[in-house]
Design a protein around this ligand. Sequence first.
Ligand SMILES: [Zn+2]
Ligand SMILES: [Zn+2]
Length: 206
Amino acid sequence: MPRTRTQQKALAVLNYDLFQVESLSKPAPVTLYTKIREAAKVTSDIEPSISLSEGELPPEEELARMYERFNWIYFGGRLPSVKIEYSTRMTSAGSCAPHRRLIRIGRKYHELFPDELADTLKHEMIHLRHFRHDAAFKAEAARIGASIKARSHPSLRKPPKYIYVCSVCGREYPRQKRLRMASCGRCSRGGRFDRRYKLKLKKNQD
Ligand SMILES: [Zn+2]
Ligand SMILES: [Zn+2]
């Protein structure tokens, strides 16, 4: 799949994916549903009116329609109804909370990789039935043509501002925010603060 200039820049900055020769030309704008139909091998259907240009993401109502569509195409309509929302903070492609019937789609990730939206949704839909990326999950991913790996773009992962360490077991706790009165979760009993295992600041990038 050809990457856009923005994507290539992001990858080049990270010195990542450099061995792949790619053209710098922008891909032609495609409608989301062309992609879905290709993926689903559906040839005859009413053309929905939505058309996406690069970096432009469909509204949440459209995600709900995609979900319905995939539900019928791939799951015989047997998946429960769930809420699908964008997350602006999440740096991963997507997440799924089956018990809350909630699928979240990472906005930042898909602003960079808009072509992967359908794939992300399919991946998260499998999670409604299979919590982990186990053999059953992989079989389902192969069946409906979804990615197995949970994806997250390296440029979206911020380095931690603070790293705390437990001086007893040595476990590190990278954090974006300061911790006050925190003790090591591995060493402290019962999830309570325990002064003996108080975390010490090891790195401070402020
Ligand atoms: Zn996953
Ligand atoms: Zn510890």
